[in-house]
Design a protein around this ligand. Sequence first.
Ligand code: ZN
Ligand code: ZN
Length: 406
Amino acid sequence: MDKMEKYADLLVRVGINIQENQTLVIASPIECADFARLAAKKAYEAGAREVVMRWLDEQSQHQKYIMANDEIFDEFPDWTVQYFNHYADQDAAFLSIAASDPELMKDVDPKRLARANKAGSIALEYYRSRMMSNKNVWCVASIPTVSWAKKVFPGVSEEQAVENLWEAIYKSVRVDQENPVEAWREHQRTLNEKLEFLNTNKFTALRYKNALGTDVVVELPEGHIWFGGGDEAPQGHVFVANMPTEEVFTMPKLDGVNGTIVASMPLNYNGNLIENFKFELKDGLIVSFDAAKGKDVLEELLNTDEGARRLGEVALVPYDSPISNQKILFYNTLFDENASCHFALGKAYPTCIKGGEDMTKDDLKNAGANDSLTHVDFMVGTKDLEIIGITESGSEIPVFKNGNFA
Ligand code: ZN
Ligand code: ZN
């Protein structure tokens, strides 16, 4: 097998972990068609019942945002809702190939992007909540496109940029290793040790500090659970929702975050870059924010709903990892979030609290879990980041020192 084939195989067998007779829905940019077809072939070989292709074209999307009738940005067609719900109810698995031009939408009115996003999130709430509580198996992965590769590797030829990005991705997902499947098992074991440390200590809060200006206390709700390295499908097998993944994560208490958070990397959101931004939080709510670039885009994101102004994820990623050691800014959250400690604005994963996947919205809120139409990760890790864990009895245990697990 060449590397591309190994990678497709890894996504299907470890990422999705496709089961005999299961339907797989693949969402892929049209530029990535060859790879998507290869992944489909691997899925059939592994026993898939049917592979359903959902082709995406960001250029047509861009054209629509610029040229379409204004009212359509508040609409969302029923047939699309039915499409997602139908496959979700059939226990289909969903593989998404995330590869976009990080700045394609910079000339689009951010209000249009925000409205369309909101309409989509409302219409697809059932489908989204199934994904976020792992009632369906899903996996997000990436392969290079020319426009994305050129942004990551400016100053070399198009061909060279694409080649470099392939190599960087292969390294990040351990496909450069002799036996990637075995390398993943080993990686999962390492993450499990971190989980054990965090889940045993049952910290009531984490205190973050670095020279960039982050100085914040993040409370964790009672009964929170740390996850990482894989999720459990309802059928009992393990799948990996993000490839690569280096994080261990849980949920913060929705009204228990106080202090300043300064982002350590640009955020690619909706085809726009938000840069050098920071938040001030009081009792979990963002009370002020600023950004050197893309402030209007950030503002639209925060205006999605009240939950968009609160945190829904706390994730720990060592500064030393196969992704961050490459010292590449990917402009793609899937990679950048796995090179850096991060938080997410918006909805918390219900699975991160004991019994959460079967709780009602009200139960989740009472337990301290944030709810929102959105969930967007942003990065805060730096090589000098210190994190102290505070236990129930008030003792303080170092969790992160100099950017890595203490
Ligand atoms: Zn995360
Ligand atoms: Zn996240």
